[in-house]
Design a protein around this ligand. Sequence first.
Ligand code: HEM
Length: 384
Amino acid sequence: MVKEKGLTMSIARLALTVPALAVMLLLAVAMQGGTLSEAWAQSAEQPPASSEGPVGGAVPGNSLGTTSDADQWRAIRGGLQGSVSIPDTKSGVLIQSGGEGWRSIRNGPLMTYGSWVLLGTIILLALFYLIRGRIRLEKGPSGILIERFGGLERSVHWMTAVSFILLALTGINILWGRHVLLPVVGPEVFSALTLGGKYAHNFLAFPFMLGVLLMFVLWVGQNIPNRHDLVWFAKGGGMFSKHSHPPARKFNGGQKIIFWAVVLGGLSLSLSGISLMFPFEFALWQKTFAFLNIFGTDLPDSVSPIMEMQFSSLWHSILAIVMFAVILAHIYIGTLGMEGAFDAMGSGYVDENWAREHHNVWVEELQQKPDRSSGNSSRAQPAE
Ligand code: HEM
């Protein structure tokens, strides 16, 4: 009984001692923590002047790292190329800082200004339509048709047009789809559309490139600037006045801009697209910068393979957005904006009055050489 009482007392004492020890331990840790954090703050605010001993209670030594460490990490952070034992030498770059720049430009100004360019173009075209209205045939149809584009020209045009529009739509999805389409259609539909769109984007590049090449071959001769273009531009292409019909041969000044935008823009779009399709195979930018530096620019003369891809990606998107804006204006004038224009690429024939109002010099030239028009046999025929 006495033994049992002694045991109970010992358990009770233990029960009191354990919490007391725990509280003391906590207090000790808290005090220690306070001391450490004060020392940390002190060392951060006033690093010791020398490592010979404590100064003002601060921890001695260069606790923030040696200068050479900082220099080394700064160089690595800046994209220093080290050496690796595998064939992929670009893995020798530990931190590719340019990636952050690329990401922030792509997801920042590129997307913001890009959407403004496209929406702005649509708004401007809508305003132009509201103010100016449809450009109508001033004298009405004559009933006589003139062949404007032959079968080959129209096939090439539509192959290029269809592939470009699909490339533009799938490209827009690659850039903005995650923010615009995904919330509307949901992840499953979006991922199927985007995967299919990505394949379509890769394969449609080929008919587009072929189309641009053929357009160049077919139409370059008629798109060399001439004196009529200056008058055409001076008169604003006759766009702003109902009775003004500035002179033009087969293609007017505005159409020549479209032509060269498609040819030169298409070439640059194709080259940057090919470099994205076959990553790390080409050094386009290094060569471009070296070429531009001949004219006094101060562009980097060494561009790493990853930076090549980043430049290609940004340039490809910027150029595609600008080209799409130009093509939106072209589509507007070829459909809604001008009466009789679509027939030129639809049936290939236009009304003679349309041709005289918009391409008077071309009609005169056709009449002087009745057997040749647009590289095809000239055929004027009455409308049915
Ligand atoms: C629905 C879309 C399109 C329509 C309705 C359209 C309509 C037309 C029409 C009617 C013409 C002949 C103009 C004339 O007789 O003077 C033309 C010419 C031309 N189209 Fe298109 N087009 C479209 C898309 C495209 C696309 C996507 C491209 C290139 C990426 C393109 C490039 C050209 C070029 C270079 C010309 C010759 C120069 C000119 O007339 O501006 N077209 N188009």
